[in-house]
Write a new protein. Sequence first.
Length: 234
Amino acid sequence: MDFAAHASSFGAVADLYDRARPRYPREALDWAMPEKSDIVDLGAGTGILTRQLADLGHHVIAVEPDDKMRARIPGEARKGSATHIPLPDASVDVVTAGQSYHWFYGEPAHTEIARVLRPGGRFVPIWNIRDARVPWVAKSSTFFDGARERDAFDETKVTTFGPRFGPVTLKTFEWSATHTTASFLELARSRSYYLLAGPEARQRLEQQLHELLGPLGEEFELPYVTYAYTSGKR
């Protein structure tokens, strides 16, 4: 997989991405960040998680490298990356990564995240994962991701953030989002596999999804499992 191409593919469809991608369940955010905190939302994209955290009363600075994605973020948004966070040492309580840590995991990022955290601060990566225990959802994922070999990183099996962080705690939250065929197709069109595919592959994916979703009716529930991790700075 061309990792850089996939990681940088979303800016061209920033509006679609912001509209189509799911939000995070309130219970997960309250569990991971129970106190009002100074937060860096790292790899913030269009600010989906940023806005939710701000609405809960946290002070949030978004950090996002893509100019088109960052332009969608309300409030304070800075250009930066996981290896160059534009904040001083020990300046925030929490660093979050909503649907983004798999793009930058590794020791250079861990070192930089630890640098900006205050003593006792914590790192909180979080993902909404479609629940593949449901057969039609599992089938749809084969269309979403094509035939490409999955990257070695598994969002559901994170065990460490390196020597600068303590033990990792995981809590999962099950929920669902209501969709129509049209809204589900928008979700598919916001995926990096679709964005980098040619016209024939895009047409084939949309046809496959139409055939899969037809029997589900006019509206249907897309089940998710949210994986929320926390780990404290040593």
